[in-house]
Design a protein around this ligand. Structure first.
Ligand code: OGA
Ligand code: FE
Length: 311
């Protein structure tokens, strides 16, 4: 078998963001599900099928109400290191792409640097990755794992403190909340009415060193059937959001990028207004990597949510 190198000379016309190259050690007999690809087996928390509409409180629930009304079904799933893929995934097919896109922001504790600098960079990256004309970053979240707290939690500030890694499989928008988001972002019904197609993407990156602890797994959108996506409420003090929780399917193919570093950005689709022919939902979850060194620094990451409009 002949080793094949996969040089990537493609450069994009803006900044210094280029798609990250796959490694050069792949053979010609590559197949995506081949067991020789680097992968790990880890538990991923699917939704236990339920007759009720699932909800989660993001704040101390009213007297007598539980934090959540659903249970999780943790399945051992194979999660393949996407750095070993011979063909680079596409945001509109598999639903995710890794880009080499350094940020000028050095301190992600500085909220104004995030909003003033990072939002602009992220919007530019989102346009380059998706091919859209316009991009609006409308939300961000910094996550930090803290020693002594459970590695994997759910949602924003489940216990009122720093957001931690989100260990339950979810998609940030449902068909309905994705549809509503356009009007919320544009705040102009006429402008919103003129939009033909738009997507919502997340951009996720490390804000410390390479992520060895609780990395993020993403599910190949082509393997996601709508019948396993369950609209679920996320209850905040002043509003209720709708996401998807996900029931297990053996078809799901999971991937992650090993040791993602600060200069890399993972862009993944969370909604597409186009109903067919493109990726629409990329369920994702943090997972306990079985090979995490005991002294690995705890993960710190930032994610932004961005609505892009094609014209
Ligand atoms: C996200 C997300 C979970 C995590 O980026 O939308 O759910 O643990 N992230 O980083
Ligand atoms: Fe998410």
């Amino acid at each position: 078998m002949q080793a094949q190198t996969l040089p990537d000379l493609r450069r994009l016309s803006f900044g210094n963001a280029i798609p990250t190259q796959p490694p050069s050690i792949l053979t010609q007999h590559y197949a995506p599900s081949a067991p020789q690809l680097p992968s790990v087996i880890a538990g991923l928390a699917y939704l236990q099928p339920t007759r009720e509409r699932p909800y989660n409180y993001m704040y101390q629930p009213p007297q007598g109400e539980p934090w959540q009304n659903c249970e999780y079904d943790v399945r051992a799933m194979r999660i393949t290191d996407a750095r070993s893929f011979s063909a680079r995934p596409s945001v509109h097919v598999e639903g995710f792409e890794l880009w080499d896109a350094p940020s000028a922001v050095t301190n992600f504790q500085d909220e104004s640097a995030i909003v003033d600098i990072y939002y602009r960079e992220a919007a530019e990256l989102a346009r380059a990755v998706t091919g859209a004309q316009r991009a609006y970053v409308f939300d961000h979240l910094v996550r930090k794992r803290e020693a002594g707290r459970p590695a994997l939690t759910f949602g924003r500030h489940g216990d009122g403190t720093q957001a931690a890694a989100a260990g339950r499989i979810h998609n940030d928008y449902s068909e309905e909340s994705g549809r509503k988001r356009l009007g919320l972002v544009l705040q102009d019904a006429i402008e919103a009415g003129a939009v033909e197609r738009y997507s919502i993407v997340n951009i996720w990156r490390s804000i410390k060193g390479p992520v060895l602890d609780t990395p993020l797994a993403v599910c190949d959108a082509r393997t996601v059937s709508a019948t396993r996506l369950v609209p679920s409420e996320v209850r905040y003090p002043n509003r209720t959001g709708e996401i998807y929780l996900v029931e297990h399917s053996p078809r799901h193919q999971w991937a992650y990028y090993s040791a993602m570093d600060r200069h890399e950005a993972l862009v993944f689709k969370q909604y597409d207004s186009q109903a067919s022919g493109v990726s629409r939902f990329v369920p994702h979850a943090a997972f306990d990597h079985p090979n995490t060194p005991p002294d690995a620094p705890l993960r710190e990451s930032i994610e932004i949510r961005c609505l892009v409009i094609y014209e």
